[in-house]
Design a protein around this ligand. Structure first.
Ligand code: WT7
Length: 661
């Protein structure tokens, strides 16, 4: 735990008086209704059983809804058998929707591709056969390191079809980070691409895979390479295989096997409070169900008429849940965009919405704040009248950004869903139901039907209304993580030991006077930078692995656009200090350290600011007081220093910084 108080910042929250009720027209057509809350309250497990039979196709029906006898290790829909890929693809084709577009793909350079469910069906069958040829079967993990291209979805679903848990690694992670994930997951096969298009240039992905595998000590036998950019790549004969060759050579039909409801579906690595990222494990039935259900009642997706766009990358849980498993299980038509919002111009998102007639947009507050900064004249040039629902995810959305999103993008007519959830929760937990809830700008409102959340104090007691504390989930839920890959103890300790019997989310939150939840942000040493989760200690480990660094402390400083920004305080080794003084290379050294972090973790982890200091503020027991470093990083008056072992340290730091300005 950090020394951050969960109550920090709560007093600055508005007592928000504005509410926005859904229009009668929206409410009349909405999938989510007020009755769902009553049904779930009356009998939660019967409620989930009914949803599971409504939203999923089971090869064999389940016998028991929940087995919680081995808590906190849950089993949902016990005895049921299903195949996630069949639910996401095959059954839509069988139902006669093969001609429906699954993806309107928009490449960054401007190439487009419409892929129907029938075409997806052909692709996942061929890909499943190609993977089986390489020895992949039930229980084998496959690492996927791809840009935002349709093959990423095909690869994930082909793995699911085979019962081979995928582990998708975001393309922004470095070869070192990729290596440790391949190793931890024990993958025999890696699926990558020659590159992707990013800001007008081809990015390099294959070299990162080559670099990771050159480090050795992995079970990788084969690398499948998707051709996207056609740039030259190094080739390891015998190991590397072109994706298109493998698919062309594979049989075009694949008979799916059905797996236990609790069969592992995927592992996704996320930053925790310690240096090593944890492999969050999700299984098939419960995860798929909660995603299909929430995509229906929260995103209000109507697969026959909507065009849905979730702007997340497949490398994060949002892409897994709200591009692949939720929407596709419902048979949605989606937009997938490869590139960045500013390429080739700052209106790219709005142009895509106009061209593809997007009706549901799901994006992150950091993106909304960036669009605000660029100015409303840009979206105003486009026809956004197809939009009917707007979603937000990944971090708290400030009321100002919420209002801008509503007015400028939603034309004042679209309900906003502010969805709170985590990699670990697997699917949305707290959110308005868009046809039911009168929303308040900045609040995720209430736990959705079937989910029970609370806010508790230090001793685990509910705080009641108009008070703040820690956000907890008080009963197991279908999409909950089933554990940390290879580390059951860490699962118990991280989530289930802080408050006995309930799930500790790691977030601070407040109940307002009406019982709505306002999520404030992390109360542990996890940062949220542009909706990306980063651990302070992971970046500290990366910094101290540099030969010139003796000690490092990292904090997340408030940032108007990215939510938080990474700010590092570094103490140099003595020889490095002397060298830096002699050649006056402070700025160069800072650049070197930033690049070192990019190499160790990825460019997304580069600190915005690195401050070279001579001391770090520590308590008498040696704990770094990050609160004081945040004061420095946010250019605030330094707070209470009485618990410091040496209270003059902060003077040294602030004086040193002023001298360096
Ligand atoms: C953390 C989880 C949810 C998928 C993307 C991020 C923060 C997420 C909200 C929201 C306030 C939010 C929390 C949470 N967060 N959504 N609507 N309002 N905070 O998943 O990387 O696992 O991060 O993101 O702090 O704990 P993640």
């Amino acid at each position: 735990m950090s020394d951050a108080s969960p109550h920090e910042g709560l007093s600055t929250l508005l007592h928000e008086a504005r509410t926005f009720a859904p229009s009668p027209e929206f409410a009349a057509q909405a999938n989510g209704t007020a009755e769902l809350y009553q049904q779930a309250d009356a009998d939660r497990l019967a409620f989930w059983a009914e949803q599971a039979r409504t939203y999923l196709t089971w090869e064999k029906d389940f016998e028991e809804v929940l087995d919680w006898s081995q808590a906190p290790f849950a089993k949902w829909f016990v005895g049921g058998k299903l195949n996630a890929c069949v639910n996401a693809v095959d059954r839509h084709v069988e139902a006669g929707h093969g001609d429906r577009v699954a993806f309107h793909f928009v490449g960054e350079p401007g190439d487009t591709q419409d892929i129907t469910y029938a075409q997806m069906h052909q692709k996942v069958q061929r890909a499943a056969n190609a993977l089986s040829e390489l020895g992949i079967g039930k229980g084998d993990t496959v690492t996927i390191y791809l840009p935002m291209i349709p093959e990423a979805v095909v690869a994930m679903l082909a793995c699911a079809r085979l019962g081979a848990p995928h582990t998708v690694v975001f393309g922004g992670f470095s070869s070192d980070a990729l290596h440790s994930r391949i190793q931890d997951a024990g993958s025999k096969v890696v699926i990558t691409a020659d590159g992707g298009w990013r800001r007008g240039k081809p990015s390099a992905l294959k070299p990162a895979v080559d670099g990771a595998l050159a480090q050795g000590d992995t079970p990788v036998e084969h690398v499948l390479v998707v051709q996207r950019t056609e740039q030259d790549v190094d080739w390891s004969e015998g190991r590397d295989i072109w994706w298109h060759d493998a698919l062309a050579a594979a049989a075009d039909t694949h008979e799916p096997e059905f797996f236990d409801s609790e069969h592992p579906l995927f592992i996704l690595y996320t930053s925790g409070t310690t240096g090593k990222p944890k492999g969050v494990l999700h299984t098939t039935g419960g995860y798929l169900l909660q995603n299909a259900y929430t995509t229906s009642v929260v995103h209000d997706l109507h697969p026959e008429t909507d065009v849905y766009w979730c702007t997340a990358d497949i490398g994060w849980v949002t892409g897994h849940s709200y591009i692949v498993y939720g929407p596709m299980t419902l048979g949605a038509t989606q937009v997938m965009y490869e590139g960045t919002p500013d390429t080739p111009h700052q209106g790219r998102f709005w142009e895509i919405i106009q061209d593809k007639k997007v009706s549901i947009l799901y994006t992150a507050p950091t993106a909304i704040r960036t669009f605000m900064k660029w100015g409303k004249e840009i979206p105003e040039k486009f026809d956004l009248s197809s939009l009917r629902l707007l979603g937000s995810v990944g971090e708290p959305i400030n009321p100002e950004a919420w209002m801008w999103y509503r007015e400028v993008i939603g034309g004042g007519r679209c309900p906003i869903i502010d969805t709170w959830w985590q990699t670990e929760t697997g699917a949305t937990m707290i959110s308005p139901l868009p046809g039911v809830t009168a929303t308040k700008p900045g609040s995720a409102m209430r736990a959705i039907p079937g989910i029970t959340a609370d806010v508790v104090d230090e001793s685990g007691e509910p705080v009641g209304r108009d008070a703040g504390g820690y956000l907890v989930i008080t009963a197991p839920w279908p999409a909950m993580l089933r554990g940390i890959w290879g580390d059951p103890e860490r699962f118990k300790e991280t989530y289930w030991s802080r408050f006995p019997g309930v799930y500790f989310a790691g977030d601070g939150a407040k109940f307002d006077e009406d019982g709505n939840v306002w999520v404030v942000g992390r109360v542990d040493d996890v940062m949220n930078v542009s909706g990306h989760r980063m651990s302070t200690s992971e970046i500290e480990s990366a910094l101290v692995s540099h030969p010139k660094v003796a000690e490092a402390a990292v904090v997340g400083a408030n940032d108007a656009t990215t939510g938080q920004a990474i700010c590092a305080f570094v103490i140099l080794r003595e020889d490095a200090v002397e060298e830096a003084d002699e050649v006056g290379e402070g700025a160069e050294l800072v650049a070197e350290l930033r690049n070192h972090v990019a190499k160790e973790i990825g460019a997304i982890a580069k600190p915005r600011q690195i401050l070279i200091v001579s001391e770090l503020p520590k308590t008498r027991s040696g704990k770094i007081m990050r609160r004081l470093l945040r004061d420095v990083a946010e250019k605030r008056e330094i707070g209470d220093v009485t618990t410091l072992a040496d209270s003059s340290v902060m003077d040294l730091i602030t004086e040193g910084l002023r001298a360096g300005d």
